[in-house]
Design a protein around this ligand. Structure first.
Ligand SMILES: [Mn+2]
Length: 439
């Protein structure tokens, strides 16, 4: 079995993280606990992203331990022993010997992990770990020592992607782009949301990929529910369908949203809102320049949306009131636009679909600048749920929910859209929708 990256890349990640820790430290990186679905059936296992990042270990048990008590950093990967009885049911395990080809100094049996940790604790090392991942490790550490959060040292490094990571992310974005296009081509009125979901996710599987988060497929008003997940309604002619779906390749996620008229033709009100969201999205992408503050893309999107909603007569107020900038908090808006655009403009993307590194809405750590190698989403939306009874929804736009989301790599030369092969322009979408059926 081959790992997604060569040994040198893993070792350089380890070096970047561990070299920042004080002398006499112990770093413990667990993987996720397997989760039971019912009786003896587990949920499909997905390794913890920190584990994947530092050493690529994908099995459902294993812990990476690193210590510098000897003066230099030494890593040991603790893994389950070979076990014929279990292997007959579940397949061959890598085992302690097999794990020697992973990018670590030593391997050992998981059975000796606890005693090894306890022994290392006795020399008074400072302990760094990822809390909340393995309950048994949390309990062991809780009973024996104080710990510090290792994520603070890894997250800023994970934020900037290497050329090899970008390659996987490009692949994930391309697969998801094709999946969306396939769904567009095969859309027709009267179709079930689940049918579109199966086209998208079927394409992920066909491409030896898998979803990076549960797909959102919402027709009509369902598109105005941000994390809609039932995907069980029929989409009527005249309605839009919003599809927010992404997949992962070697653990790296894509995350794309497209919205299209299920009958292949935007109505005039749908067209007006689509054009505005698209304009905002393009402004957001344009703001993804190296050296620009993270919040600039949200600023650009909110300004475009505020101007557009005033132009369309949805808002009847000044630009200032539409935006409602919050004094002393750059990138925070609390004006009337928030009635119709209530989420953030984007998030980092990587081993996690909402990747680490800060910047999410409400995150106090948003004051950093964009750098080449960062990958983020730009995803403005406008939502006019006809079910809303807390605000006045303009009748013309009632039942319209539109979001457009692309995956953007920041480069020296500016933004590069990894999901650019996915149809997005109005005429492009009108040409593609339903084509697979009528051809
Ligand atoms: Mn997203």
């Amino acid at each position: 079995m081959s790992l997604p990256f060569d040994r040198a890349e893993y070792l350089s990640r380890q070096e970047s993280v561990f070299s920042k820790l004080p002398r006499s430290s112990l770093a413990i990186i667990p993987t996720n606990d397997p989760k039971i679905r019912s009786n003896d059936v587990s949920y499909p296992f997905r390794a913890n992203s920190y584990m994947l990042y530092l050493c690529g270990w994908e099995e459902d048990e294993g812990t990476l331990l690193a210590t510098n008590s000897s003066g230099k950093w030494v890593t040991t990967l603790f893994v389950p022993d070979r076990d014929t009885t279990k292997e007959i049911w579940e397949g061959i395990r890598i085992g302690v010997d097999g794990a020697k080809s992973w990018p670590v100094d030593h391997t050992d049996s998981l059975l000796s992990l606890d005693s090894c940790i306890k022994e290392l604790l006795s020399d008074g090392s400072r302990v760094f770990t990822i809390p909340g991942v393995s309950s048994s490790l949390d309990i062991l550490l809780d009973e024996n020592t104080e710990t510090e959060d290792l994520r603070a040292y890894i997250d800023p490094i994970r934020r900037v992607k290497s050329a090899n990571e970008i390659q996987y992310m490009q692949e994930a974005a391309s697969i998801a782009s094709s999946a969306h296009e396939k769904a567009m081509r095969n859309s027709r009125p009267g179709m079930g949301e689940w049918e579109i979901q199966s086209l998208v996710e079927g394409h992920f599987m066909y491409s030896q990929s898998q979803w990076s988060f549960p797909s959102i497929v919402g027709g009509g008003d369902n598109a105005t529910v941000l994390h809609y997940k039932n995907n069980d309604q029929v989409i009527r002619s005249g309605d839009l369908v919003l599809v927010d779906a992404g997949c992962e390749v070697s653990g790296y996620a894509s995350d794309i949203t497209r919205t299209w008229p299920v009958n292949g033709k935007f109505s005039q009100p749908q067209r007006e809102i689509y054009e505005l969201v698209l304009r905002a999205e393009l402004a957001g992408i344009e703001a993804c320049q190296p050296g620009m503050p993270w919040v600039s893309m949200h600023e650009a999107v909110c300004e475009t949306i505020a101007e557009g909603l005033i132009e369309l007569g949805v808002l009847n107020c000044t630009l200032k009131d539409a935006l409602g900038r919050v004094e002393g908090k750059p990138g925070v808006f609390e004006g009337q636009i928030r009635n119709f655009f209530m989420h953030g403009t984007g998030h980092f993307l990587g081993l996690d679909v909402h990747d680490v590194g800060g910047g999410r809405q409400g995150d106090p750590n948003s004051s950093f600048l964009l750098e080449p190698g960062m990958v983020l989403t730009i995803e403005p939306g406008l939502y006019f749920g006809s079910w809303r009874n807390d605000i006045l929804i303009p009748e013309r736009y009632a039942g319209i929910g539109i979001r457009i989301e692309d995956d953007v790599l920041v480069t020296e030369q500016g933004p590069l859209v990894l999901s650019s092969s996915c149809p997005k322009m109005l005429d492009e979408i009108e040409q593609v929708v339903g084509k697979g059926i009528h051809d």
